[in-house]
Design a protein around this ligand. Structure first.
Ligand code: HXC
Ligand code: NAP
Length: 283
């Protein structure tokens, strides 16, 4: 469906690009000719992914350790990137999430998710936008959202709140930055199996129905399907699309349950919840 070299010449930062969907998106971008920068907290994970993608496609992939919750770390990362060459595209993909009864969340638990998903994406977006505007250069920001940003989802409330905040950011900045040639778009995935999401949202022994059960098309998403949509949206072929969110979910959003299907947890008892709650840290 895509021509070779579709993304040639584009320099793309993917936050959380060392694992899961971010890694799959990066592989497709590299295959289509892009140069990548990937960031996350664990440098060894990023380095392994960078080496793997370089080996597979010959693409230049730069791994940078950065906690996107820290605005100074984000600025230092962007300075380092720009010292080499400006970015063309930012993909806000890094996220934190877990299932929990909302009335039992500590402040730190709420902040940990809002910090990564909402603040982290805001720091990266505004840092890139400021540089693009100062240099009179166009740019594109793609945000990896979730269905629950559109529908809400019980038991993953900080994540749904944070991603819904990003919907507002996309729509607002599409207008404010449109005249400067900067596009903002989002994708809202339904369930796509990844170790990061599945281990936290579908924990072992929690008695969840198969994810497919709530999806009209009868299956979960394939990484390459999301990666192809993300390739199109950051390419020049999508140059007239901005302020738009596209769901990729097998029709799940229309069944009334957001995200990875947390509505079924309404029937869980407190004992069920206690069983999956991780042990508290000492600090
Ligand atoms: C209740 C929890 C908890 C849980 C952590 N906390 N896990 N509370 N239930 N299951 C609390 C801790 O007790 C602590 O509060 C606070 O949250 C911070 O926890 P830390 O472990 O110190 O935080 P940190 O090491 O910074 O890790 C951040 C994290 C973690 C978000 C908690 O899960 C993470 O690193 N996630 C990154 C990857 C990820 O989540 N991938 C899945 C994305 S899937 P106290 O008060 O005890 O100090 C996704 C799908 C969207 O986004 C669709 C959804 C519907
Ligand atoms: P994942 O593999 O756990 O990806 C999350 C990534 O974010 C990790 O690489 C992680 O790396 C990075 N990250 C977390 N906290 C960070 C921080 N503070 N600073 C920098 N990077 C950080 O999970 P995934 O399923 O691929 O999720 C990718 C995206 O898809 C997320 O936006 C998620 O909300 C979205 N999504 C996934 C699904 C699904 O079904 N999988 C559904 C809807 C939406 P480090 O831990 O090394 O920092």
């Amino acid at each position: 469906m895509f021509q070779a070299g579709l993304l040639a010449g584009k320099r793309i930062l993917i936050t959380g690009g060392g694992t899961g969907l971010g890694k799959s998106i990066g592989r497709r971008y590299a295959e289509l000719g892009a140069e990548l920068v990937i960031c996350g907290r664990r440098l060894e994970v990023l380095e392994a992914t960078a080496a793997e993608i370089h080996k597979e496609y010959g693409a230049k992939v730069t791994p940078i350790s950065c906690d996107v919750r820290d605005p100074e770390a984000v600025e230092a990362m962007l300075d380092r990137i720009w010292a080499d060459r400006a970015l063309d595209v930012l993909v806000n993909n890094a996220a934190g999430n877990f299932i929990a009864q909302t009335h039992k969340l500590s402040h730190r638990a709420i902040d940990s998710v809002l910090g990564i998903v909402l603040h982290g994406a805001a720091y990266c977006t505004i840092g890139c936008g400021r540089r693009w505007i100062e240099e009179g250069q166009p740019g594109t920001v793609l945000n990896i959202l979730t269905l629950s940003a559109l529908t809400g989802a019980p038991f993953t409330v900080p994540s749904a709140m944070a991603k819904a905040g990003l919907v507002a950011m996309i729509k607002s900045l599409a207008v404010e930055w449109g005249p400067k040639g900067i596009r903002l778009v989002g994708v809202a995935p339904g369930p796509f199996p990844t170790e990061g999401a599945w281990s936290r949202l579908r924990p072992e022994g929690a008695g969840r129905k198969p994810a497919e059960a709530a999806i009209p098309l009868g299956r979960v998403g394939r990484h390459e399907e999301l990666a192809d949509l993300c390739a199109y949206l950051v390419s020049d072929k999508a140059g007239f699309i901005t302020g738009e969110i596209i769901a990729i979910d097998g029709g799940k959003q229309h069944t009334g349950g957001g995200g990875v299907g947390t509505t079924e947890m309404l029937s869980w008892t407190d004992a069920d919840w206690d069983r999956i709650r991780p042990a508290k840290k000492n600090s």
